[in-house]
Unconditional design. Structure first.
Length: 323
């Protein structure tokens, strides 16, 4: 066989391999975001109760409300008592489901979990949504610019990371005993690709991603689904309630689409728009480019400009009010 013939065969195999890979990806996407609309898993089969952390606003509140709409009773876990009572009442009125509330601050570390365990005793918990999370700055910032770094580092690690395995430790044994259960862990797109200027946040989210994937591999044979959800931008307090458009989802729209993907994918961007953004970004902004000093400087300057504009707008609004 000549070298040319060999190159043709290798080229042919490569093309077929990539075509098969593309077809498989398209099928998975179709199943995850189109078929899932028609063919939804009945989440009530997991158990009577769902537990949602960080449930008083944004994505957590939207998950709690959507789970109640789908027939589950909900335990809301968050830090503000007033907001907890308000959201609980809203869910009971709107969906006629039972609620319970647990007021804790996840930045307090390991000492809060015995109190949570006591409050969850006796409930048949079928679903756990590990949603609670926080950032340390409202704009892209260098690590040394983190305000009150000594405290903030521990708080973020406790809230974004420690809460996930600790809540899982409390709830998973019951699921394993019953041979069914669903754990949804909210990571982020920056928990899949490293994001400079959000270094600590990005690192806490890759922890969530890996923990979810490993746990799913360990417990899927025992009837437990562990799903990792890695969204892009969702309009919430965390993102300063940015306007909703074809790139930015509303929290309720996101939770509804993301819950449809359960049983169709153990790792998801949560919605079609975010999955397409993820694909586009992987091609257009490879990790080596994200990590380049030039891009980091550009991003920092952009962040400074938008922060300055925001301060100006807030000042304008304030002076208008005073007039
Ligand atoms: N929004 C996005 O674009 C986006 C993108 C990717 C990933 N995520 C992830 O999605 C999750 C939810 O984010 P979100 O945008 O919905 O945030 P959010 O609107 O700021 O809501 C966060 C929720 O968590 C609660 N919470 C915050 N710190 C807490 C603490 N120390 N102890 C107890 N509860 C606490 C908040 O309670 P209070 O109401 O009392 O503050 C609130 O209910 C986070 O894990 C975030 O990393 C968000």
């Amino acid at each position: 066989m000549s070298v040319t013939e060999m190159l043709v065969i290798v080229g042919g195999f490569t093309v077929v391999f990539h075509l098969l890979k593309l077809t498989w990806r398209c099928w998975c996407g179709f199943r995850e975001f189109v078929l899932s609309e028609l063919w939804q898993v009945d989440l009530r089969t997991c158990g009577q109760w769902a537990v949602v952390t960080g449930a008083t606003s944004g994505i957590g509140k939207a998950y709690a409300s959507e789970l109640a709409r789908r027939g589950l009773d909900v335990v809301l876990v968050s830090r503000s008592g007033d907001k907890l009572q308000m959201v609980a009442k809203e869910i009971e009125d709107q969906h006629g489901r039972r609620t319970r509330t647990i007021q804790v601050d996840f930045t307090d570390g390991h000492r809060i979990y015995s109190a949570i365990a006591k409050k969850l005793q006796g409930l048949e918990i079928g679903i756990l949504v590990n949603n609670v999370g926080m950032t340390y700055s409202d704009h892209f910032a260098y690590f040394l610019e983190v305000p009150d770094a000594e405290q903030k580092i521990t708080q973020i690690v406790n809230c974004n990371m420690l809460s996930v395995p600790q809540m899982t430790r409390l709830i998973l044994p019951g699921m394993v005993k019953r041979g069914t259960g669903l754990i949804i862990n909210i990571s982020s797109e920056v928990g899949v690709h490293p994001q400079p200027l959000l270094s600590l946040y990005s690192a806490t989210k890759i922890f969530v991603t890996y923990f979810s994937q490993c746990l799913h591999a360990e417990y899927k044979s025992k009837g437990i689904i562990v799903q990792c959800v890695a969204p892009f931008m969702v309009s919430t307090n965390m993102t300063k309630n940015i306007a909703v458009n074809c790139f930015v989802k509303s929290a309720s729209g996101f939770a509804c689409e993301a819950l449809n993907t359960v049983g169709h994918s153990s790792y998801t961007s949560g919605c079609l728009s975010h999955a397409l953004q993820n694909m586009a970004l992987t091609i257009l902004l490879p990790d080596w480019l994200r990590m380049s000093s030039v891009l980091i400087r550009k991003l920092r300057n952009l962040a400074k400009v938008s922060q300055y504009e925001r301060v100006c707008m807030e000042k304008e609004k304030f002076s208008e009010k005073e007039e």
